[in-house]
Structures are given as C-alpha cells and as structure tokens.
Design a protein around this ligand. Structure first.
Ligand SMILES: Nc1ncnc2c1ncn2[C@@H]1O[C@H](COP(=O)(O)OP(=O)(O)OP(=O)(O)O)[C@@H](O)[C@H]1O
Ligand SMILES: [Mg+2]
Length: 369
C-alpha cells in the first residue's frame, strides 16, 4: 500500500521557488505522471517524495503518515534517476543486487530477487555482462531492474527513457506500462514528453514554473484543458490558437477575428459572455476539415504547405493573415496556393480568456460506447 500525498509543498533554492504550493494525492497503485517543460520542478518534486530534498514548506504523507522528516533510506520508495549511471565495473547481476547487498539482505535472497527482477525485464541472459557490453535499451532495463528489485510501496521514475532513441523509447514505454500492471505498485513518473504522459498514465499532472496547472486523466487533459498552456503543451501537432473577440450576433454567440467568424452553437457556446470579450479560440488540427468545393460557413483559404505524416496529412492553410493547421486523411491532392474551404467541428472548439489563458469553455465529452 502506498498512497502518496503532498500538502502545500514548496521548495525554494535561495530566493527562487522551484515548486510552489503543490497539493497532490497519488492513489495507491496509480500511475501518475508529472509532465512539463524543462525547469518546471518535476525532478525537485520527485526528489522531495524520495527524501533526497527537503521541502521548504508543506508536508508529504505516505498512507496518511507524515514522512517529511524521514531520510530517503527509511522511506518505502525506490527511484530511477534521470541519469541512470550504472556501476561500470560491476556485472548486471551486481548492479541490480547492489542495494539489497547494502541492506545486508542474505546472499541467497539477493540472488533470488535479482533473478526475479531480471525475468520481469527479460534480461536474464545479460546478468553476467558489464554495462559497456549492453545496448542503451538493455542498460535502461538494468537501471529499472535496480529499482524494482526492491519491493517498495512507490516507484519514482525520473525521465527513465530520455537517453534512448525514438524507436526504443516507444518500445520501453509499453514495457514500463506493463511492468506497472505486473508489480501492482504506485508509480510516479516524470517526463517532458507529452506523448509518454498521454500513453502511460492513469492521471497526468501538468506543471509550469513549479505550479500544477491541471491534474486529471489523459482524456480529460486532452478534451478539457484547464488553460491555454495545458492545451498547447498536450497534443501533437499542437492546437491552433486564434486571438479575437466574443460577441452576440443575430442571437448567436460568435467568435470574431480579422480572419475568422465562427458561430459557437450548442455545447460550444459559453453560458455567459465574459466581462472581457478578448478571447483565444483553440482548435485541434484533427478538428479542422478541408474541402475543395465551397461549403456554407466554411472559410476560404489558400494551401500554404502540406506535410504527409503517413496515414494523415498535416495541411497548413492561410486564411487572411492566420495560419491554420489541419490534420486530414491521406491523400490530399490540392497543390500549394490552391483555394481550400476550412471548417471547424462545432462541438470541439476551445475558448480561453486572452488575458490569462483560463479556459472559458471546453467541449462536451462525447460518450464512447
Ligand atoms: N540544487 C539546486 N540548486 C538551485 N536550484 C535548483 C537546484 N535544483 C533545481 N534547481 C532549480 O529548480 C528549478 C526546477 O528544477 P527541476 O530539476 O526540478 O526541473 P525539471 O522539471 O526536472 O527540469 P528538466 O526537465 O530539465 O529535468 C530549476 O529552475 C532549477 O534550476
Ligand atoms: Mg528533471
């Protein structure tokens, strides 16, 4: 059992706040990911949970018990570090078993547990090799092995895949997700890669400048981002943003910018007009449709560039001064500067206050049966 709770946790280095009043509960056996740009406080948060860094303010609890004053080796956690330096002169077996040996676990038990960790990670046949005789992905597994060989209530993983090439990252991503199921423990995972966060997590906490912007399921974060930062950080290719104003025209709430006039109907329409009419309309590329022939309500534009992505094509269209990206199915046959008509899926539009980026409205979630 390990529920990890952070209450009002703040960490300052000198005068600089790295983590600012963090409140977060990670459920027992949950896979929670901290995601955000470099320097936003992810590693610092993990190091405080692990006990390598002491919070300036606030408290951390494991299963309701305060641990703020417990040293790292007395906390029931195991960590994989951002730089997973293995002991170069020790074999894989010795690397994985090192922590247990230090804890004076009997030799036979160490052997048994090392073997079990190696089986889980499918590196049994590498146990007698040295780190230099391993590929990047194999070294990564050894680093994971060192962490999981210890039974801990929570496993903390700091960008464990960052040193791998793209292909291996995708493979290991699935393996870590499966590992979480197999060991049935709490995982707190740190990454700056939004795809990793989306694909692996039960919940995601999106951080910026030491502050959690939103903590929710991947679906919720994607469908109902709390603000413009979350909306722009999650999703690839990123959401289109157009700055304009909100007004009522002919009884319909309407977004207007020099390039676009978009009626906001049904669930998309905010219940009340905000005091400040300046808003930003957000549209994900997959919610933009293109047609070669005119369609009522669609905006005429010119094809700026088309980039094939395999199953889809990412088409950038210029409408007046605005560049809008659309993700449309292959094939897309219109050439550069051809006229194209651009439409937006009405119930999938996002609105943010221009002043502070807060979401004014997020689209209704569709129920998938
Ligand atoms: N020991 C330290 N002394 C002073 N400042 C620090 C220390 N550790 C971290 N910081 C600062 O705290 C902030 C958060 O750092 P942290 O390492 O937590 O970021 P991060 O989100 O893990 O970034 P990255 O994705 O680059 O690993 C940064 O501004 C960093 O410079
Ligand atoms: Mg870090």
């Amino acid at each position: 059992m390990a529920e990890v709770r952070l209450e009002g946790v703040t960490k300052s280095f000198g005068g600089k706040v790295a983590v600012d009043n963090l409140n977060l509960t990670v459920e027992d056996q949950e896979f929670l990911t901290l995601v955000g740009p470099s320097g936003c406080g992810k590693s610092t948060t993990l190091r405080m949970i692990c006990g390598l860094e002491r919070a300036t303010e606030g408290h951390i609890f494991f299963d309701g018990k305060p641990v703020s004053w417990l040293p790292a080796n007395k906390r029931d956690v195991s960590m994989v570090f951002q730089s997973y330096a293995l002991y170069p002169h020790k074999t894989v077996r010795q690397n994985i078993g090192f922590a247990l040996k230090m804890m004076r676990v009997p030799k036979a038990t160490v052997s048994e547990q090392v073997l079990q960790a190696a089986r889980t990670l499918d590196i049994e046949d590498l146990l007698d090799r040295k780190p230099r005789e391993l590929s990047g992905g194999q070294r990564q597994r050894v680093a994971l092995g060192r962490a999981i060989v210890r039974d801990a209530g929570a496993y903390l993983l700091d960008e464990p895949l960052s040193n791998l090439d793209a292909q291996l990252r995708v493979l290991m991503r699935a393996e870590i997700k499966r590992l979480h199921v197999d060991v049935a423990r709490t995982f707190i995972y740190v990454t700056h890669d939004q795809v990793e966060a989306m694909t692996m997590s039960d919940r995601i906490a999106v951080m910026r400048d030491g502050v959690v912007q939103q903590c929710a399921t991947p679906e919720e974060i994607y469908e109902r981002p709390a603000n413009r930062f979350v909306a722009s950080f999650m999703g690839s290719p990123p959401m289109n943003f157009v700055t304009g104003e909100l007004a009522d025209a002919d009884g319909t709430r309407t977004f207007r910018s020099p390039a676009l006039t978009v009626p906001l109907t049904g669930p998309t329409s905010p219940a009340t007009l905000p005091d400040d009419p300046r808003v930003v309309l957000g549209i994900r590329p997959e919610d933009v449709t293109l047609s070669a022939a005119p369609v009522a309500g669609h905006h005429p534009g010119k094809v700026f560039v088309a980039e094939p992505l395999g199953p889809d094509v990412l088409v950038t269209v210029r409408i007046e001064g605005e560049l809008i990206k659309a993700r449309v199915p292959t094939p897309f046959r219109l050439g550069h500067d051809s006229t194209v008509y651009v439409g937006f899926t009405p119930n999938r539009l996002h609105l943010f206050a221009a002043a502070d980026g807060t979401a004014l409205h997020a689209p209704e979630r569709e129920e998938h049966s």
